[in-house]
Structure formats: structure tokens, C-alpha cells
Design a protein around this ligand. Structure first.
Ligand SMILES: Nc1ncnc2c1ncn2[C@@H]1O[C@H](COP(=O)(O)OP(=O)(O)OP(=O)(O)O)[C@@H](O)[C@H]1O
Ligand SMILES: [Mg+2]
Length: 541
């Protein structure tokens, strides 16, 4: 069943008024013409008019019936005191739209805009754009005037305000989204699909809301950095006029916290020699970034909650309240739900700020992104040190293999990566980071993370000595650890049998004729390896 076509239009433009005249059939009259379009069969016209136009409405309805008998015209008299008063016209049309029984499953709606007062056009446009009128705009206009004759039917154009349907515009919007997302990522071409989806969502929320945003995640995951970029993106898009006021809550614990945040009156306490407005006031019209919000004291939390909800708060020693309207961005590496359970964080405040919560993953959860981040860190070093440093292919591969190894924890996340690159780049001779710097750095990181000598990176290095990268890639982490340890033992052992004895130390006791060498040979064969390859250390790299 095809849908019915319903046009909604407002009567009363000067051109509709020619309906009184005899020659009206030669003239273009917007409302009649809307029902005269050969390729636009209007099933129903909802004709809105004001009190002064009652007689005109009847005449126009009669004329439409004669030119387009299939169109049923419904007349709606509106009560508008002043057709030039924006508020009045908008409110009247808004009420009409709200009460109208739209049935979009069965009917398509076209909202007629044409000549006439700009006030009504703007109101119809706004209500269509906001989907109070769930349809497209119908723009009608006369034709051929310049050629001395006018077709009374004129012409029409349907305008869909869902701009994403216009290919060219959609492309520009997408481009703009890509640019903002790239800005949030500091231009780093991240590959991790989950992380990219997270950034996409953050971009959407950044541009759409002034509600609180909570950034969680492990230390060094980039929360502070991201909060600043969120603000800057809002600023670039002129979505915020005020400043970014940053507070690290860990640094304002104790007596000073209240007055730092909420300000104080002169004389409120000893030492309060003058009024202090406080940071919440400074953030008025802007963004307040409360970093490490988990460190905030319970009293301050209660005041903050009120300040967010009421956009007012009382400064220390003052009876009056101060107004401040800001967007809150909070950061924390604590589990705030656990903090609530432990009585250290107010549940009501958490509920209030837990609206747009984004959990930033640690580096270990997005290992594919270490590669582009390595370039980013090298570029950062070049900028701050004033000299360019690069990595040769071998050292890069080695560092990335270590970085990607599941047993490399990246506990300090970007801080670790940043420190690693800074150290390697500083020690690099001739502007090139060599294998020695990489090995030294790997050892250092592993030491800092408290890892034993037989952990990840060593595994990888051992496997690399005897297998090709694609062969290593095809082995489960589970097996890699075991195989690496087997190689280590083989290197220490004089013979295949000796290595086997050491490796099967327990199980061999249960066998009558333990054949350790054979067991070990078969194990190695599974990986295409043999004794000679695993027993000798390769010559220095
Ligand atoms: N996406 C990123 N890519 C590369 N480096 C980053 C990124 N985000 C942050 N960094 C760098 O990593 C370091 C730590 O970032 P940041 O201070 O934002 O982490 P954080 O999550 O706030 O940590 P904490 O919980 O300890 O406050 C900074 O030097 C920052 O410049
Ligand atoms: Mg931080």
C-alpha cells in the first residue's frame, strides 16, 4: 500500500490573496499551486490560516477542489495575535504540531514553505528540523516570469532536512568527525578497533553534551591528556566560552581543599585576609577538570554534588551562594564503585558523574597501537630535544616484539613508553637508536616492573634466535613460554640427553626405561627444531 501524501501549509501570503480576482487562474498562487504539481499528488492539504483569512481559506479550498479533486482540504483556524511576532507564531505552530495525529507509517508529510512572512517560514523550518513536523520541506516557486509568461502551477522542490542524506554533505560531516577524532588522539593513527570506537563515542559526547564526563583507567593511560583535548575540541568548535580549570584533587586535601575549590570570604578563618573566589567560580562558563576525583574528601564531595546540581554553592564563611555554570570532567584511576563500598566516595556523587563514563584501556590492551605511538614519542622527543632520532629496522622490530609480547605488562602505560623512548633517544649515538639501546632499555623496563630474568622479552629473544617471526607468530603464548625455557635449558646442557634429563626430571622417575633424548627430540620436532639449532647460542648480533 502506498503512503498518502499530506501537505501542511500556512495560508495568507500576498500571492494567495489574488484568489479574489477574476484573473486568478493566470496567476501563480502558492497554496493552490502546491496542489497543481503534475508529479506531486496531494491526498490531503492541511491548510492553516489566521482569523483574518477565513474567507480566503474557503475560496482557496474551493479552487483546489476544482483543480485537484483528489485532494481533500482540511482547514485549521489558528489563533495568532501577531503574525510578525516570532514567539507567538512559533508557539501556535508548535501547539498545532504537538496535537496533530501524525501517522508516519501510513502518510508522508511535506511542510510547505513559500513566499510570505519570514517569521512563519523560519518557524516552519525550525519545527521541521526538530522533527515536530515529521516530514520534508516543500518549496514552491513561480516559473518563467522573466520570459513574460508565468505558469500558474509554478514549480516545486522537496527539501529533506536530514542532511546526512545528501551525499556531498555527508562526506563533509564524516571528514569533520574524522578530524575531531584525530584531534582527540593527538593525531596518532591508532589501529586498535576498540580504542577507535571509544574515541568516536567520546567525540560524539564531547560535541553533544555539557553533562559530566568521567574518564577512568589505569595510571598513564592518558586520562589527563584526553580531558585537555576534550576541552580544546569544545573550544575549537566554540561550544564553550570559558576556561579550562584543572585541579588535581590529590594536591588539595586537608583544610585548604574547601576554600581552594569553593572560595572563602575575607576573615572566614585566620589567614583569610581577602576574598577568594575559588576554582569552581573560575570555571564559570567553562570546564572544570577534577583530576584524581577519588582523592576528594567526603565534605568536598557533598559540596561539589550540590554545585553540579544547583549550579550554586556557598564559599567558606559566606551566607550567600555563588553561581557558577561549568561542565565537569572528572578523572580517576580508582575503582569508584569499590570506593563507595569502602565509604570513601559518596554514592550520590558517583551516580551524578557516572553518566558518560569512559574507561581508557592500558597500553597492554592495545598493543597494536604501540607502533604508531612509538613514532609519536620519537617525534615528541625530536621536538623537545631539538634533534631528530630514528630507529633502524632491526632495533625497531626488536622493541616492538618486546612491546607486543603478552608478558610485557606496560604497567605505567604511556609514561613507560614515553620514558623508554626518551632514554633510548638520549643515548642514541648519531641520531639512531641501535639494538644495544633497545636491549638495555628492555632490561631496564623489566627490572622496573620487577620481572624475573625468564619473562616475556627474553622468551621472545630466545625464540627469535631459532625461528622466523612468522613461525613465532603461529605459536600460542602458552607454548612460547615453554619452548623458550626448553631452549634455555638446551643451551646450558652438554647434550640432548642431559637436557632431557633436566627437563623431565620428575616424570622420568616413573618410567622403567626413560628415553629423555627421544622425548626432547620429538618435542623440538613439533616446532621444526633440532638439537644443533637450539643448543648453541648464535654469534653476537
Ligand atoms: N594517547 C596518547 N598517546 C601517547 N602518549 C600519550 C597519550 N595519552 C597520554 N600520553 C602521554 O602519557 C603520559 C601520561 O598521560 P596522562 O597524564 O594523561 O595519564 P593519566 O591517565 O592521566 O595518568 P594518571 O592516572 O597517573 O593521572 C603523558 O606524558 C602524556 O603526554
Ligand atoms: Mg592524570
Amino acid at each position: 500500500m502506498s503512503k498518502k501524501l499530506v501537505v501542511i501549509g500556512l495560508l495568507g501570503t500576498k500571492l494567495d490573496h489574488v484568489s479574489r480576482r477574476k484573473d486568478r487562474w493566470q496567476q501563480w498562487r502558492p497554496t493552490v499551486a502546491a496542489c497543481q504539481q503534475p508529479d506531486l499528488l496531494v491526498d490531503r492539504l492541511e491548510l492553516l490560516f489566521d482569523r483574518q483569512s477565513t474567507a480566503l481559506a474557503d475560496r482557496v479550498a474551493a479552487d483546489i477542489e476544482s483543480v485537484s479533486p483528489e485532494t481533500s482540504v482540511q482547514l485549521h483556524r489558528l489563533v495568532m495575535d501577531d503574525p510578525w511576532d516570532f514567539e507567538d507564531v512559533y508557539a501556535t505552530l508548535y501547539s498545532f504540531a504537538r496535537d496533530y495525529p501524525f501517522d508516519t507509517d501510513r502518510e508522508d508529510y511535506l511542510i510547505h514553505i513559500t513566499t510570505g512572512s519570514h517569521v512563519s517560514q523560519i518557524c516552519l523550518f525550525l519545527l521541521t528540523e526538530s522533527r515536530h513536523f515529521p516530514g520534508c520541506l516543500l518549496q514552491t516557486s513561480p516559473t518563467g516570469r522573466q520570459r513574460g509568461h508565468s505558469d500558474p502551477a509554478g514549480m516545486h522542490r522537496v527539501i529533506d532536512l536530514d542532511l546526512s542524506r545528501y551525499d556531498q554533505l555527508a562526506k563533509r560531516f564524516q571528514q569533520e568527525h574524522r578530524e575531531s577524532q584525530s584531534f582527540l588522539k593527538a593525531g596518532i593513527e591508532t589501529l586498535d578497533p576498540d580504542f577507535n570506537a571509544l574515541i568516536e563515542r567520546i567525540e560524539q559526547v564531547t560535541l553533544a553534551t555539557t553533562s559530566p564526563i568521567l574518564l577512568t583507567g589505569p595510571t598513564g593511560a592518558g586520562k589527563t591528556q584526553l580531558a585537555k583535548r576534550i576541552f580544546q575540541l569544545k573550544r575549537n568548535r566554540e561550544l564553550v566560552a570559558g576556561d579550562l580549570v584543572e585541579v588535581n584533587c590529590a594536591t588539595i586535601r586537608g583544610d585548604q581543599a574547601m576554600s581552594t575549590l569553593f572560595g572563602h570570604k575575607k576573615g572566614a578563618f585566620t589567614g583569610a585576609t581577602s576574598d577568594r573566589p575559588g576554582l569552581l567560580k573560575a570555571a564559570d562558563g567553562g570546564v572544570l577538570f577534577l583530576d584524581e576525583i577519588g582523592e576528594l574528601g567526603l565534605d568536598e564531595q557533598a559540596m561539589l554534588l550540590r554545585a553540579i546540581e544547583e549550579k550554586r554553592f556557598q564559599s567558606v564563611g559566606s551566607d550567600d551562594s555563588t553561581a557558577s555554570d561549568f561542565q565537569l570532567i572528572a578523572g580517576t584511576n580508582r575503582d569508584l564503585i569499590a570506593e563507595v563500598r569502602a565509604g570513601k566516595f559518596r554514592e550520590d556523587l558517583l551516580t551524578r558523574i557516572n553518566l558518560w563514563t569512559f574507561m581508557l584501556p592500558g597500553l597492554a590492551e592495545r598493543r597494536d597501537d604501540i607502533d604508531p605511538n612509538l613514532d609519536f614519542e620519537l617525534a615528541r622527543f625530536a621536538e623537545s630535544a631539538g634533534r631528530k632520532v630514528s630507529m633502524n629496522r632491526e632495533s625497531r622490530t626488536r622493541f616492538l616484539a618486546f612491546a607486543a609480547d603478552p608478558s610485557t605488562p606496560w604497567r605505567g602505560n604511556f609514561r613507560d613508553l614515553n620514558a623508554a623512548v626518551t632514554r633510548m633517544a638520549t643515548l642514541a649515538s648519531g641520531g639512531r637508536i641501535g639494538v644495544e639501546q633497545v636491549d638495555e632499555e628492555i632490561a631496564r623496563l623489566r627490572h622496573d616492573w620487577g620481572l624475573g630474568a625468564s619473562d616475556g622479552a627474553d622468551h621472545h629473544a630466545l625464540l627469535e634466535d631459532v625461528l622466523q617471526p612468522d613461525q613465532i607468530d603461529a605459536i600460542d603464548h602458552f607454548d612460547r613460554v615453554q619452548l623458550a625455557e626448553v631452549i634455555r635449558v638446551c643451551r646450558r646442557s652438554k647434550s640432548l640427553s642431559a637436557a632431557g634429563r633436566s627437563l623431565f626430571q620428575v616424570s622420568r622417575l616413573a618410567k622403567q626405561r626413560p628415553n629423555d633424548a627421544d622425548r626432547l627430540r620429538k618435542y623440538l620436532q613439533k616446532f621444526g627444531l633440532h638439537w644443533d639449532a637450539v643448543s648453541t647460542e648464535p654469534t653476537a648480533r
